[in-house]
Design a protein around this ligand. Structure first.
Ligand code: ADP
Ligand code: ASP
Ligand code: MG
Length: 385
């Protein structure tokens, strides 16, 4: 098969309302190589679904009804603003009915299992992808828009809420469901985050897992690019919600990006780079608000020499861990001592060094999460040229 397709994933913030969805459709329209569009639930919808389950579990019918109505109204408003077709409006109504039925079941039982939660979670992505598919039909009439059930392709084990994809089956299903259409004038619209186990139960890959779905689709169809469209123009030198003067990074290696995500940066789901690394598919991270900005390209290329690029942070039972990400870190003479001195002996202690990361634990009770990241980013800035 010719290897020239793009998989394009749009996160919750990129599909949060009608105008955000229109921006996505513009990006898709502008790139004829995009063959698979992977859609997340609209912003905050997955949190609302958790809220609904918990309210039902404790019998709080008022919260349950309010949040459900909010969620339904949010999507009805989008549908109205996008002139959604009557047929799709009917499907939307059916999905909202499904959501209410699951909530009623939890309310009746006063409990829910991870399996039921996955069924409930799936409604977020199924609703948003349905709306986007209808929008694309309206906006790109010269192409056939195929609504693809991700659960037909993304087979997983039965570890609900953190299901493990079964790569061989995903490839097999892609060959029968996707490959035959790739040379046609089509765009598949599908869901991130969700999959199905071998018994036909809905599963999910873990919160924020839509990035991983996009990479799995990319791997299965031999794409030559996976795009992750979000609300910031790429991977930054630190979390831009906490640090004001971040620098956006043009290029990262798979290992650097994986280290960054694993060590706390929310921008990518930690396993996203596994399938793409297996097939050597570049991953682009960019902003759907400003699609012309450069963004970040993640590839197998590693800088030839030492460099420090970003800091991230993990907060857990063992305290606050800050990490520096870069290349050839284990080859740089004295790096541990240099960073330790800059961070302060009385504030941080060194814990771990690899080729792409070096981590320090906060030991002073006087500095919190925000302060420690600021200190680390100030230290990082000294290494920028
Ligand atoms: P999406 O809804 O598109 O999946 P997410 O909220 O999951 O978006 O991820 C994007 C957010 O990640 C950004 O808005 C940003 O605040 C946050 N973020 C955290 N660390 C970083 C980083 N190092 N670089 C860029 N963004 C980061
Ligand atoms: N909608 C899911 C979540 O919020 C998956 C994702 O957006 O990546 O966790
Ligand atoms: Mg995300």
């Amino acid at each position: 098969m010719e290897n020239k397709w793009v998989v394009s994933k749009f996160g919750g913030s990129s599909v949060k309302d009608a105008s955000a969805m229109l921006r996505c459709s513009q990006i898709i329209e502008n790139n004829p190589l995009i063959k698979i569009v992977v859609i997340s639930a609209t912003q905050n919808t997955t949190n609302q679904l958790e809220f609904i389950a918990r309210a039902a579990e404790v019998g709080d019918e008022e919260t349950l009804n309010n949040v459900t109505q909010e969620l339904v109204n949010k999507h009805l408003t989008i549908a109205k603003e996008l002139f959604t077709s009557p047929a799709v409006l009917n499907e939307l109504e059916a999905l909202c009915g499904e959501l209410k039925a699951i909530a009623s079941l939890i309310l009746k039982d006063r409990s829910f299992t991870p399996k039921i939660m996955d069924e409930l979670y799936s409604l977020g992505e199924r609703i948003s992808s349905l709306l986007i598919s209808d929008l694309l039909r309206l906006r790109i009439p010269n192409k056939k828009i195929i609504f693809l059930e991700a659960r037909k392709i993304i087979k997983t084990n039965s570890d609900f809420q953190k299901a493990e994809p079964q790569v061989d089956l995903i490839l097999k299903n892609s060959k029968s469901e996707i490959y035959p259409y790739l040379n046609e004038n089509i765009i598949f619209v599908t869901q991130g985050f969700i999959g199905e186990d071998l018994l036909g139960n809905t599963t999910t890959l873990g919160r924020e897992g839509s990035d991983y779905s996009a990479a799995l689709f990319g791997e299965a169809m031999n794409a030559n690019l996976v795009e992750i469209w979000t609300d910031v123009p790429g991977v930054a030198s630190a979390d831009p919600r906490i640090i004001e003067n971040v620098k956006f990074i043009n290029e990262l290696s798979y290992d650097e990006a994986t280290a960054l995500a694993t060590l706390g940066a929310k921008i990518l789901f930690p396993t996203t780079l596994k399938p793409t690394k297996r097939k050597n598919i570049p991953v682009f991270v960019g902003s759907s608000l400003n699609p012309n900005l450069k963004g970040t390209l993640i590839t197998s290329e590693l800088n030839s020499g030492f460099s420090l690029k970003a800091v991230s942070q993990l907060v857990g039972p063992e305290g606050i861990l800050v990490s520096f990400i870069g290349s050839h870190l284990d080859e740089k003479e004295n790096l541990i001592n240099i960073l330790q001195k800059d961070l302060g002996d009385n504030l941080f202690e060194f814990t771990d060094l690899t080729a792409v990361s070096i981590s320090f634990r906060v030991i002073s009770p006087k500095i919190d999460k925000i302060e420690s990241l600021k200190i680390a980013h100030n230290v990082l800035e000294k290494f920028f040229t």
